[in-house]
Design a protein around this ligand. Structure first.
Ligand code: NAG
Ligand code: NAG
Length: 447
């Protein structure tokens, strides 16, 4: 299993190289011995009394299986051609590990035209690059990248995979990324915000699964203003603009996106627990209006209980590339186009150790043979307790930092054969996007 991970591969060359001609300049990742990758440190770092460093760039390595282990790792602001151009170099003495640099990612502007709208296909690098090797030679390199069209780029390899057999990077509480309410536009806090990239930014980085928590507030006059994305009881952003970001992305690409209305914390249920029909109907109408032409209806594309769903090719051929799953079986039974409840493997613990014990078992025994949904999502984040929040113990950013590197390593090893969707907080702290692309290609190669 480990061997396939360390084969020389070139993410960019595979898709682009085929049409443009092989060129070393198109290779964004080279792994001649082990892998290196760039992540973003989610908590802020205090540098002194009044100085804090946000979004520090991290360099990561995994040299398992290398005969000659690399001796150093460095950060570069362009393609690493020689150690002379490194911004900083660190000695390496362990087989796997990471270092946190004192350089900030900065704005994280999306390259290749994707910041302002639709850009150029294929993976593209942000400014930070990492390289490893000996004092004389750079052996491996990689960059922090966007993967705006990874499904299409890898299409010739992965299109025959069923959606339940893909590995997919997802985001937990995807809409909780920056307050946009009448009273707040805060972008960093302790216990509400789980993400720091817009929905558009998440899509461009390669996220294809969104866990949405939708709430309803009757006091707005217009029906469409009443639907919000929440984190539990806290209102974060209005829903409709986010659906439009997804629509713009689907209009401009051939990617497949999975949207999961997973929790309805406010306004969707009677006090006794019965669904309020009109509120659910209102949401379904908005989703149909905004995303209608792209919706893959469950009654047309579903493949039945205990199966892995349609292939990517089926969805692409039909030009139906949005699957909307809904966490209320009563509503699903009345609206045959909705995909059934998408199981979340949720440990509900504030302990990282318990999280991994739980997920190791839960992923190994998923999907359930009688599953109605072809998909399942490993919720790879810890959950603070009420007391954690009350006493301001830690923060969601620190919690994410405690687990995201281990999520990367677990996905590369134990979870590699079975994981489907992996949903994280502050996803740039892990390498789940690139790893899941590799794993999907690997699974497809065994078909
Ligand atoms: C950042 O780290 C480098 C070593 O990697 C060091 O030379 C430099 O002084 C540090 N800069 C700051 C502002 O701490
Ligand atoms: C995370 O990974 C590190 C490094 O391999 C390890 O020391 C630590 O115990 C892991 N944490 C958990 C909770 O598994």
């Amino acid at each position: 299993m480990a061997v396939s991970l360390y084969v020389v591969f070139a993410l960019a060359a595979t898709a682009l190289g085929a049409s443009i001609g092989p060129s070393e300049n198109l290779v964004l990742e080279k792994s001649s011995c082990g892998r290196v990758w760039v992540t973003v440190h989610s908590p802020e770092i205090r540098l002194g009394q009044s100085m804090t460093l946000l979004d520090a760039v991290e360099l990561n390595w995994d040299f398992h299986g290398c005969f000659n282990e690399p001796k150093q790792i460095g950060l570069f602001d362009g393609r690493p051609l020689s150690w002379d151009s490194a911004l900083t170099i660190f000695p390496v003495s362990s087989v796997e590990g990471h270092v946190v640099t004192n350089m900030s990612l900065g704005l994280g502007t999306l390259p290749a035209g994707w910041e302002a709208g639709v850009g150029t296909k294929g993976p593209h690098c942000l400014w930070p690059w990492v390289a490893s090797g000996t004092a004389n030679e750079i052996q491996s390199f990689n960059c922090l990248k966007i993967q705006p069209t990874w499904m299409e780029d890898a299409g010739s390899k992965i299109n025959n995979l069923r959606i339940g057999d893909l590995a997919i990077a997802g985001t937990h509480n995807a809409g909780a990324w920056k307050f946009n309410t009448e009273v707040s536009s805060v972008s960093r806090d302790s216990f509400v915000l789980c993400q720091d990239r817009s929905i558009w930014g998440q899509l461009v980085h390669g996220i294809r699964y969104f866990d949405f928590r939708i709430a309803y507030y009757e006091f707005y006059q217009n029906v469409e203003d009443r639907y919000w994305l929440n984190h539990n009881l806290i209102r974060v952003r209005p829903l409709v603009p986010l659906l439009r970001e997804i629509r713009a992305f689907l209009d401009a690409t051939n990617e497949v996106v999975f949207l999961d209305a997973h929790h309805f914390p406010v306004g969707f249920y009677q006090p006794q627990g019965a669904p309020i029909r009109a509120v659910h109907e209102g949401l379904l109408q908005i989703v149909q209006r905004e995303l209608g032409p792209h919706l893959a209806r469950a009654n047309e594309f579903g493949t039945g209980v205990g199966t892995k769903g349609p292939t990517l090719q089926t969805l692409i051929n039909a030009k139906k590339r949005l699957l909307f799953s809904y966490a209320d079986n009563t509503i699903v039974s009345q609206n045959s186009w909705l995909w059934p409840i998408l199981p979340h493997l949720w440990a509900n613990t504030n302990s990282a150790t318990e999280l991994f014990q739980y997920l190791d078992n839960a992923i190994a025994s998923s999907p359930h043979p009688g599953a109605r949904s072809p998909l399942f999502s490993a919720m790879a984040q810890t959950t603070p307790t009420v007391l954690d929040i009350l006493f301001l113990r830690g923060s969601l950013r620190e919690n994410a930092d405690d687990v995201n590197r281990n999520v990367t390593m677990r996905l590369a090893t134990r979870w590699r054969t079975r994981a489907n969707i992996i949903s994280t907080d502050f996803f740039l702290g892990s390498d789940v996007v690139d790893l899941s692309i590799m794993i999907s290609e690997e699974r497809a190669s065994r078909l």
